[in-house]
Every structure is written in C-alpha cells, then in structure tokens.
Write a protein that binds this ligand. Sequence first.
Ligand code: 13P
Length: 251
Amino acid sequence: MKHIIANWKMNKTKEEALSFVQKLSFFLETNNYNKCNISIAPPFVHLPVLYNTNNSFNLIAQNVSVENFGAFTGEVSAAMLKDYVKHVIVGHSERRKYFNETNELLYKKIKILLENSLCPVFCFGESIHARNKGDYLDFIERQLEDVIMLFSQNELSNILLAYEPVWAIGSGSSANELQINEVHTFVRDLIEKKYGSMYAEKIPILYGGSCNSDNTSIILRQPNVDGLLIGGASLSNDHFHQIIQLANSLD
Ligand code: 13P
C-alpha cells in the first residue's frame, strides 16, 4: 500500500478546497485505487468543512500545538484535532525554519500526539549545507535520534516517516533515485538496529520534495519508498490525480 499525502501548506480558500475535494472524490469513487492510501493535509480551518464532505480519503493536520489548552493565542491542540484527523504532520522543514521548531519541541509535540492517540507523520531531511558538506547522514541520524527514537516501539506503532531534503522542497527538481535510496535504506537500517527487523520493515518511509507526475513512478519504484508527501503538485486536481493513477499502477 502506497501512502499518497497532499500537503497543501497555506493554500486554498474554502471554495477552492471544496471544489478540489469534490473532483477528487468523484475521481476516487469512479476508479478503483486500492493500492493507495490517499490523504489531504489542508489548512486547519478547512478540516471541519472537508470532514463533512468526505469519505474517500483521509484528512491530516499540518501542525499541532505543544500545549494542551490555555492562553496560547492562535494555537490548535491535539484534543481539538482528534475529531477530524488520525495523523498530524510534525517536523516539517518550513516549521523548523520559519517558526524555529527544534528537535526538543518536536519531541514534546509527538508526546502530546501520542497521549491523544494521534499518529505523527514525522518529517526529517538535511539542509543544502549538510548535503554539500557530505555529513548529511549524520544530520539525519541526529534528527531521528533526538526525536522519534526517544520513544518505544509500541509508542511508535502507527508513525509515518517522511524524508524531505530541504534543498529539494519547492525547487522543481526532486532528489534522484540514488540519493533517495541511500537515505531511505540508511533510515530503515537505523530503525532496525534500535527496534528490530519486524518493526523496521513495517514502518512507512515516504519521500517528499518536488514530487510530480514525471518522477512519481521512478521514486515509488525504489525499494524503501512507501509513499509520497506532495506539496505544489497536490494543489492541482489534474496533477494529483495523475500521481494517484501512476502510484496505483505500480506493483
Ligand atoms: P513540494 O512538493 O512543493 O516540493 O513540497 C514538498 C513538501 O514540503 C511536502 O511536505
């Protein structure tokens, strides 16, 4: 089963979101895409709206507060999200970069998600600096060790991981298959060393960073890639439907 997640980031008005999901629902209902698990991560305000229109795909939240409740203007808690989603994106490089989210904060966010029976979609990935310097695997190892690997196997039983090299996001060109393979295999081996092979085989590792209909097949054919986290190309019905079609046609 391939996980195909649309991360809309801060895009789409309510009208645009509704129009998109109406077309997507029709597309999914008139075809049999049983090899893909489709999810949309819209802005928070659209979650209740889309929740009431949808049953052919999952909804995911793009963020969660590190606090449970209280005087934190503008924040949305895990308990509030629980009515609409099962998964929440945590650790996206845009949150790390523009909102100064550190590994320490991300650890706390994941703890709160787990306490609320929500599953993290944990994003990690190296900067262009680490890539050019050549120590990107150490960089990635630290991101995983400082956050998700502090939890037990049981706690992480429903987590999804997403490798998103910062330099590929929004750039128009994804990492190539050798680069993707190297990191995904490295991460699966790390998980295996800590939690054992039974668990390591099961944990989905998605790729994100300039995915589109031209590179979907080649990326998803890589042995350790279990899905895609898609930004820009998920905003257009045509592109997103094409990606689903391609993902579903692979063995
Ligand atoms: P793009 O697909 O626009 O590069 O964004 C990827 C991403 O950040 C998904 O979370």
